[in-house]
Each structure stands twice: as structure tokens, then as C-alpha cells.
Design a binder for this molecule. Sequence first.
Ligand code: HEC
Ligand code: HEC
Ligand code: HEC
Ligand code: HEC
Ligand code: HEC
Length: 476
Amino acid sequence: MKILLLMLLVGCADKSTSTVDTEAENTDASAIPDHPEDTGSDTHADSSVDYRSAKWCAECHPTQFSEWEQSMHRYAAHSPVFDHMAAKAFRDTAGATGTFCTGCHSPLGTMDGEPGTTMAADRSDISLEGVTCVVCHQAVSHSQPIGNTSIEIDLNAPMQGPFDDAVMLEHGSAKSELISSPELCGSCHDVFNFPGLRIEEAYTEYQESPAADMGIRCQDCHMGPEPGVPVERSIGKAAVVDGIQLPQRPISSHRFIGPDYSLIDNFPYADTAASSEAQEEMKTQIDTLLKNAVHITDVSTDEDPEQTTLNVVIENRTSGHNVPTGFTSERQLWVEVEVKEGDETVFVSGNLDADGDLRDHLSWSVIAGEAELDTQLVNFQSLNLLRVMDVSLGIPDVYETIFPFDADYIVRRSLAPLEARTLQYTLPPLSPEAQITVRLRYRNLPPYVLRALDLGDLVSRLHIFDIDEVVLGGTE
Ligand code: HEC
Ligand code: HEC
Ligand code: HEC
Ligand code: HEC
Ligand code: HEC
């Protein structure tokens, strides 16, 4: 059953096979210095595809290049979590996923015929560029439904950009509706394998959002100087070319800050020290993004002789889509509540078990009986559910799976755009000096996912972002 459905999905991805033509559009292409022929595609001398490597673009677009170089769009083809998860999806479906996963994470490698199980160490240079410049800037149209890499790439097209008066030197340029539209992003930021199992739907959520109504695009919140909010663009040069005076223009950031960051030493740079410094800086950007996304608006208690009710209001600040959005099956946004009377902790929810996991149904400590199930836990992560027939009872049982592709149903718990949700916790009766600390925390991946992918050694690299904190009572 599952294999059949995944085959449908692969068929769907295949439909959008990119337009590839061997005829070069620029007659002077041979004059281009450091042309990808001697960079990206050197390991594919027999390749019929004329790839333009980001390294070439870097000569005249150094800012766009250095931002993209650090971005998750390039990391897409370096990520060990992606490689291992794609390999697992391939195994779990007896190969039916084919190049579905890599088709989006490494579009040019896939166009060049790399198998879906190729890992970073074996990718060609152009494949390692992941979602590289030309994937967006030579996307000329999109198919329907939007999602599953529905963009069509024409590697001979002029560079598709936001300007209608670009100075043309080494490449043709054309103003494009698509490059400036949410449909470009939506082509990859909606991932589904059949109508019932939508793994990612940032674009679908956006379509129904107040931001879409107001005409605010993905590009406005994700390519401006501050991540997550639509602010005025910086002004600068779109290109830098010796001896040529180019106009000042509104320019965009190509960092595309999201909750992910590199979990490996040699990304974004081969030099480990430089990489680690860049990764730290990236975390400050992520912190800004998350603080622009969600906050605690109110904490109060209702006292009762029998019990105390703690009310916590969490509000999504963004009008763009749900929080979390995208890969919600693995994104943990949760509330930690700790109540202390003097030095004694009288209540706790949202704390971590010995393995660093939340005390939910996927915690090994809970399964092994070494930790108690956190029955009041509030986590906005999606639940991946699988219905299995219990043969002895003749009724369906529901299990939580670690991976969305092993589930047949995904329950979303994320906050809708601008939604304020009131949570209630039942606490024991409290003394007047009790101190209640409520924290809103975020982690891109749970440790149990890394362990299930045999990547347990990466757990220590995971970072928890503390987005907001409110303290009630206490003596200080
Ligand atoms: C994920 C898609 C994507 C990728 C990858 C990408 N760009 Fe862009 N780029 C855009 C979008 C979208 C805009 C226009 C933003 C807007 O409409 O506000 C843009 C704008 C530009 C512009 C116009 C000037 C500016 O900064 O706004 C240049 C030049 C450019 N990109 C070069 C590059 C280069 C070089 C690379 C690779 C190093 C690259 N882009 C990678 C999506 C992308
Ligand atoms: C030899 C220099 C050079 C190289 C190499 C180069 N560009 Fe450009 N590019 C320019 C110049 C010059 C402009 C025009 C800037 C202006 O008018 O402000 C430009 C403009 C653009 C625009 C804006 C087009 C528009 O109409 O809005 C995009 C997008 C772009 N380049 C992408 C790329 C990408 C992607 C690569 C690599 C595949 C690349 N460029 C390589 C010089 C270069
Ligand atoms: C060709 C497919 C493709 C297109 C087009 C594309 N993206 Fe992405 N994007 C990806 C992939 C794949 C990743 C995740 C890579 C990874 O971390 O493994 C990603 C990551 C991101 C992230 C970072 C998410 C994180 O978890 O940190 C943001 C933000 C983002 N994209 C925004 C955009 C926006 C905005 C656009 C349109 C201007 C866009 N993308 C266009 C494929 C695409
Ligand atoms: C009004 C501003 C706004 C708009 C419009 C917007 N976003 Fe976002 N986006 C945010 C904020 C804030 C976050 C951080 C919170 C989160 O992760 O959900 C975010 C996060 C993301 C992430 C990371 C999700 C995760 O948690 O893994 C992706 C991917 C993304 N956006 C893609 C898009 C795409 C694609 C569009 C357009 C279809 C879009 N966004 C439109 C503000 C916006
Ligand atoms: C249509 C495009 C598309 C396809 C197909 C796709 N992904 Fe992704 N993937 C994305 C985008 C976009 C993000 C970033 C989403 C976000 O931040 O919310 C992402 C993020 C991820 C991440 C988290 C980032 C990281 O590198 O750790 C993993 C892991 C991942 N995908 C694995 C897979 C696997 C496995 C498959 C195949 C079963 C797959 N993806 C298929 C677009 C795609």
C-alpha cells in the first residue's frame, strides 16, 4: 500500500522534469572565466548539461554568493541528517522513493543522474551546491499542483531576476514574475505524497494567511535585512564588476534564516574554526527569527483549595504561516513549566529526560519506565501516526512513528498565523511563596531522531533556543 502511494508521488515529482537543452544561449559562453565546465561539472565531462556553478556567479555577485554559501539551501546537499533520512526512506519503501528526496535537496545532481541514495561524500561538485543559484534564477515556470519541486528549470534561460533594467554583461537577464512570487518558494516548500499525507505545507498555510491577503510575500519576510519580518530592503549594488558603474538598487539577503544550522565541522567553510564562528553567528540570527515568530503574552493562576490552575497564553506573531511550519514532524516548540517552593521543585513539565528528549511517547526513558510520561506537556510539534489493525481485538491501534514517511496520518499542533492559544496546567495547591517559571523553547531536531538515524554523535551539537520566559511569584 505505502509503496504504491510513494510510487505515485515519485511519478508526480518526475512530471516536473526540468527542461534541459544543450544549446548554449550566450554565444560568448566560452569567454566566461571559471565556467562550470572547469568547476562544477568536471566530474561529469560526458554530461549533456551546461551547469553554471555558484562559483562563477561569485565573481560578480560576491554578497549574494557569501550569503547563499552559508545558507541551508546549500547545506541541503551536505546535511548528514538529510542523507541518513533519505537512505532510511529509501530502505523503508524498498527503493520506491527513488530520487524524490534528492530531487529537491540537490536538484542539479539529480538532473545529472545521481541516484537517490548518493551521500554528500560521493556527490559531484555541482550536486554539492544543493539548491544553487540557477535552480531559482533559471526557473522559468511551474507546474500544478505547486509543491514537490514543481518548478521547471531551463539552463539556457537568461537569469530571472527582479529588475527590468539590468545591465547585461556576461549573461542575459530578464525580469521574472516567478522569481518574485511565493509560487517559486512554494514549489519546494510544500512536500506531499498523497492528499492525506502532507509532510510540509508552508506554502499551503501561507496561501490562507493574513500576509498573503496583504500582499506580503515569502521574499519580504525571508530575504530582508531582519529574518522573519517584512522590513525595508538594504540598498546596494546587485553586482560588482571592475570598471563598470552599476546603479544602486534594493537588494535581498540570500541567507534564508530558518531554524536549521550546520551540524558538521566543515560547513559552511572547509576551515573548521571559520565554520564554527559562522555557525555561532548564524545562531544569533535564528534567535532573532524565533523571537519574531512567537512569544508568551500572559501567565496567570486561578487558586482553588484543591488545586491551582496555571494559564499560559502563547501567541504566534507572524501573519505568514503556522509556527512551527515546514518540517513540523521534527520541529519542537514547547513550553517548560517549573514550580518551586523554596528549593523544592513541586511541579515540572517540558523538562528533558536522561537522553535529552522530552518525556513523551517517543522517549526511551519513558518507554523503559525510567522516567514518567509528561502528561501535561505542551509541544507544538506534529504527531506522525500509523494505524495498524490489532488482529486479536479486531480494532485499529494507533502508533506514533518517528518519521513522517512511515506514518499514514499527521496531526498538526502548530499555531495558526497570529493565533493566541491559552494553555492550562493543573498544579497542586501552592503556598504564597511558590515561584512559577514558564519558558518557551525551540529545537530543530529531537535527539531520538538523530539516534534512529545512527547519528547519535550529533546530539551534543543540537542547540535549544530560549525564546521567551516569564516568572511569577517567588521572593526575588
Ligand atoms: C532559493 C532561491 C534562490 C537562490 C538559491 C538564489 N537566489 Fe538570488 N534571488 C532570489 C530571489 C527570490 C530574488 C529576488 C528577491 C525579491 O524579489 O525580493 C533574488 C535576487 C537576486 C539578485 C538581484 C539582486 C538582489 O540581491 O536582490 C541577484 C544578483 C541574485 N539573486 C543572485 C544570486 C546568486 C549569485 C545566487 C547563488 C550564489 C543566488 N542568487 C541564489 C532567489 C534565489
Ligand atoms: C561577469 C559578471 C557576472 C557574472 C559571472 C554573473 N553575473 Fe549576474 N549580473 C551581472 C551584472 C553586471 C548584472 C546587472 C546588475 C545591475 O543592473 O544592477 C547582473 C544581474 C543579475 C541578476 C538580476 C537580473 C534581473 O533582471 O533582475 C541576477 C538574478 C543575476 N545576475 C544572477 C546571476 C547568477 C545566478 C549568476 C551565476 C549563474 C550570475 N548572475 C553571474 C554580472 C554577472
Ligand atoms: C528547489 C527547491 C527550493 C526552492 C525553490 C526554495 N527552497 Fe527554501 N529550502 C529548500 C530545501 C531543500 C531546504 C532545506 C535544506 C536543508 O536544511 O536540508 C530549504 C530551506 C529553506 C529555509 C531554511 C529552513 C530551515 O530549516 O532553516 C528557508 C527560510 C527557506 N528555504 C525559504 C525559501 C524561500 C523564501 C524561497 C523562495 C524565495 C525558497 N526557500 C525557495 C528548497 C527550496
Ligand atoms: C509575515 C512574515 C512571513 C512570511 C510572509 C513568510 N514567512 Fe516563513 N517564517 C516567518 C517566521 C517569523 C518564521 C520563524 C517561525 C517558524 O519557524 O515557523 C518563518 C519560518 C519559515 C521556515 C522555517 C520553518 C521551520 O520551522 O522549519 C520556512 C521553511 C519558511 N518560513 C518558509 C516560508 C515560505 C516558503 C513562505 C511563503 C510561502 C513564507 N515562509 C512566508 C515569517 C514569514
Ligand atoms: C519538494 C521539496 C522537498 C522534498 C521532495 C523533500 N524535502 Fe526535505 N526539506 C525540504 C524543505 C523545503 C526543507 C526545509 C523545511 C523547513 O525548514 O521547515 C526540508 C528539510 C528537510 C530536513 C531537515 C533539514 C536537515 O537537512 O536536517 C530533512 C532531514 C529532510 N528535509 C529530509 C528529507 C527526506 C528524507 C526526503 C524524502 C523522503 C525529503 N526531505 C524530501 C524540501 C523537500
